[in-house]
Design a protein around this ligand. Sequence first.
Ligand SMILES: [Zn+2]
Length: 329
Amino acid sequence: MSKWVKSSLLILVFASFAGCTPEVLTDNSLTAVRNDLGAADGRRLCVSTTGMIGNLVETVGGEDVHSVTLMGAGVDPHLFKPTRDDVVLVRQANALFYNGLHLEGRMGAVFNHLPPSQLKLVIGEWVWEQHGRSDGDSLHAEDPHIWMDVSLWAEAPLEIARTLAILQPENKTVLLGRGEKLRKQLLALDEYGQKLIKTIPENQRVLITSHDAFQYFGKRYNIEVRGVQGMSTESEAGLATISELVNMIVDREIPTIFVESSVSSNTMRALVEGCAARGKQIQLGGPLYADALGPSGTYEGTYIGMMDHNFRVITAGLGGTVTDKRFAP
Ligand SMILES: [Zn+2]
């Protein structure tokens, strides 16, 4: 459902309950919200925060769920502030999926006041607890960008399937089958990504991006990673960081640095200018999709397409070998 349709429906819902806050909606009005959202046909309303999560929920749930994602293309989850409509939607969901690990930093108050009986899966945190935590201190709870390691994110579809099966026990076998199929596709994507990144000449295997979203990526795909801003886009790049990175780019002859789709490219331009002042021309590559999918309806608007795009753009920008063929699971 488009954000516009969603907003219009919710405005209608609000108009009919003028004066009510979400906290005092009655059972009847909750049903009305679900009906207006198109869930009246028995499909369950599943709300996800980011596209990286929502796309998996959609794929695993198929036509059996009514999936809505709050953050569209280009939306920065660190800075995302839910509207009143978003809050209503989150609270009315039959199942809520979010990343956690402080990614959705401005939704804390909403998450802290969810109805106690609501079904929810904090998928980033779950993956980290199950699979990231054991991997030592370089994968740590302060880094929410766990989807950047496709081998770790590949564990998410089955847990999503198990959660959806709580809503629809009669569909459990089908849901688990879809989860397993997607898990295998993601493991193949992971292998494909490793092969591509390996083709980058070793001295140029350095990924410089707007913010520190690629630490998991770097560890998994064996590429050094430097973010100009910190782990969250709320912090700004210091002059010392910029001049240190300019030195690194010049010394190691790094051909390309990358902008991200959901972060302002101003600091990256400062790097390009800094290098130019030292007589070194570098490319501003990308945009990479770090914290949001590409436009809805495109290949990059899926999790697989997003990561395929990133693997290919990074490899090509840093002098590796990329064929014309997309990843085919
Ligand atoms: Zn981020």
